[in-house]
Design a protein around this ligand. Sequence first.
Ligand code: BYC
Length: 331
Amino acid sequence: MYTTELSATPTRIAAAEGVEDAARLAEFDARVAADDFIEPKDWMPEAYRRTLIRQISQHAHSEIVGMLPEGNWITRAPSLRRKAILMAKVQDEAGHGLYLYCAAETLGISRDEMTQALLAGKAKYSTIFNYPTLTWADMGTIGWLVDGAAIMNQVPLQRTSYGPYARAMVRVCKEESFHQRQGYEAVMALAAGTPEQKAMAQDALDRWWWPSLMMFGPPDDNSPNTAQSMRWRIKRETNDELRQKFVDVTVPQAEALGLTIPDPDLVWNEAKGGYDFGTPDWDEFYAVVRGEGPVAMERMEARRKAWDDGAWVRDAAMEHAAKQRSQRLAA
Ligand code: BYC
């Protein structure tokens, strides 16, 4: 009896758990190193879980906030065909947000908690959606550059170590490819149009180029999360590696359109087999991350209004589910 009590003291329990955790950690590390997927019911380090919640929820918020700049143009699309495509794209973004919220929920956080974190300014969303969409050319350019950057970032995430996130990315990437192509095709039409239309396309490229490069996050030597996320295989390529790939595939696309990338330092580097390019304005990036982007207030107001306006739908859905549950229990 005495020995049982002694062995159950908190200190001993903690020590035993420590040993157990070390064993579980070793098993977790080995599975990650073997490119196994970690699944919701598997043991995982608490910091891994928190990092995933941070990244996946912010990714989900980006998809949802990302509907706003394009939603702004649905009523003003220049033809029925363009309107139908744009509506489908914006709906796809809503779907991406939902898969991602579901993936994050498997880590033990609720959709409400994630939304509250966004509305309280604690959770971020991509800087890119804090810029205004001024002309129709912005719709094509967002598809071309923003979805293009998103694909570059998300294709490696299909092999991220957390199973539900990786699987969500498979469908998201297929849809993003369509988005990128429709955007490029819309810019092609403008670039081959009247001088005014071509000027609109160039103006949109001038405004969206640098913010698109910022989507990949800060430079690696200034990215607090990259090293650990690469070790955990949450991230499969670093911010700078992905930014370089994006520049390398996008420059020839701009050339084919007869448009000019607004970077005087852009030059092919034969030795590295890629382009050298200028430095994004990182002060601007950090200001936008802090919530000081050109239309940041407008974006958050729209999210807050959508959340408040949707309260009755959530209440009705909860009430309906409760009624169904009690009917099942009574049957
Ligand atoms: N914007 O250590 P780092 C889309 C934050 S949706 C805002 O490099 P990490 C689309 C970062 O969160 C596109 N914040 O972080 C939708 C961190 O702060 P916290 C969304 C940024 O996580 C609709 C701090 O800066 N895609 O394409 O290792 C229509 C330090 O950064 C940004 C994703 O979310 C930024 N751009 O790497 C059309 C992809 N960059 O959280 C298109 C998934 C950095 O520690 N996410 N920060 O407070 C990722 O791949 C990574 O989270 C990031 C950042 C590369 C974005």
